[in-house]
Design a protein around this ligand. Structure first.
Ligand code: NAI
Length: 334
């Protein structure tokens, strides 16, 4: 089988080639993102492999189908960017990698918290400049703080356990509470109470209509003054102008994000020589209490091995007409 890998980076190529040694698939690694225009290039392929910011709306899927594509193998867990109803109508199977490494993303969320709390990003830059002053580097202890986890699935559960290890009191909100979490001493509460009680809030829920802009003017007003908000899940969980307003008003104390509402036109690219046409991200970058990483929560050695191996297994299962629990259907969003 010949597979077009869109939005491909050097690490995708390295890990896919390693995973493919005994499989014999033929991969073409294409740097361009998948969209209705690039979908037209897939005539010679049997399947496409896509990533989080690829456009998998109806137009792209229709182009793919007219080129004969019947499988889109997502090399990510989230599928909010796929028009699943259109895929089903067109007879295109969508497969994903549901759990490549919850630890990778949970640990990245913790990295954002520790960096913001202890300002290590500032110390690093200062010391490189031979500035050994400690002025304006006062941080705060994580131990004893109340941490609110929104979404206690695979990543949220790992994150909650790590924060308990730091000596935090962990509370959670999820429409489907986990017994295991409750046994671990984590208390479920309402969304409003979670916002009101938490010193640190971390988002680990999927982007669905109910969670779209879950962080907005109202929910921000419920938060404690000076609270920290962490988002490693999906950018559109946050209404960015409201968050900027809250930071300006010195209500929201800290923001750590690995995802951004408009990341499709920015992230995964080196734009260092360009003028950035996105006022909101430029404002956020300018705030001293904001830390932004460009969707790298998944980017660990262990996760990349798992992503490549599961994606290849998904493609094999499709080729062998085997049913797979990694298939994504509209039922998963209903
Ligand atoms: P999961 O499916 O295991 O857990 C999601 C949890 O959210 C479930 O417990 C579900 O009940 C809960 N949920 C559903 N609707 C909710 C709502 N309205 N409010 C609160 N909770 C709700 O997913 P997993 O693997 O833990 O991933 C979570 C998210 O992390 C993904 O949806 C994806 O957006 C993001 N992610 C980010 C990555 C990164 O590199 N930054 C990499 C992988 C995933």
């Amino acid at each position: 089988m010949k597979i077009a890998v869109f939005s491909s980076k050097s690490y995708d190529e390295e890990y896919f080639i390693n995973a493919n040694t005994s499989k014999g698939f033929v991969f073409d690694f294409i740097e361009a993102p998948l969209d209705p225009r690039s979908a037209k290039w897939t005539k010679d392929y049997d399947a496409v492999c896509a990533f989080v910011n690829d456009d998998l709306g109806r137009d792209t899927l229709t182009e793919l189908r007219s080129c004969g594509i019947r499988l889109v193998a997502l090399r990510c867990a989230g599928f909010n960017h796929v028009d699943l109803h259109a895929a089903r109508e067109l007879g295109i199977k969508i497969m994903r990698v549901p759990a490549y490494s919850p630890n990778a993303v949970a640990e990245h969320a913790v990295a954002l918290i520790l960096t913001l709390a202890r300002k290590t990003h500032k110390s690093y830059n200062r010391v490189r400049d031979a500035n050994f002053s400690l002025e304006r580097l006062v941080g705060f202890n994580i131990s004893g703080k109340r941490v609110g986890v929104i979404g206690t699935g695979k990543i949220g559960q790992v994150f909650a356990g790590i924060m308990q290890g730091f000596g935090c009191i962990v509370i959670a909100y999820d429409p489907y509470p986990s017994e295991q979490m409750e046994k671990q001493g984590i208390t479920y509460t309402t969304l409003k109470k979670l916002f009101q009680l938490s010193d640190i809030i971390s988002l680990h829920c999927p982007l669905v209509p109910e969670t779209h802009r879950i962080i907005n003017e109202e929910s921000l007003s419920w938060m404690k003054k000076g609270a920290m908000l962490i988002n490693t899940s999906r950018g559109k969980l946050i209404h960015t102008p409201d968050v900027i307003h809250s930071l300006r008003e010195k209500h929201l104390g800290y923001l750590g994000i690995d995802v951004y509402s408009e990341e499709e036109k920015l992230f995964f690219r080196d734009l260092s020589e360009r003028i950035i046409d996105d006022e909101a991200i430029m404002q956020l970058i300018s705030f001293p209490n904001v830390l932004i990483t460009s969707h790298q929560g998944f980017l660990t050695h262990e996760a990349l091995i798992e992503i490549a191996e599961t994606t290849l297994k998904n493609i094999s299962d499709f080729r062998d007409q085997k049913s797979s629990e990694n298939e994504v259907t509209p039922l998963l969003i209903n």
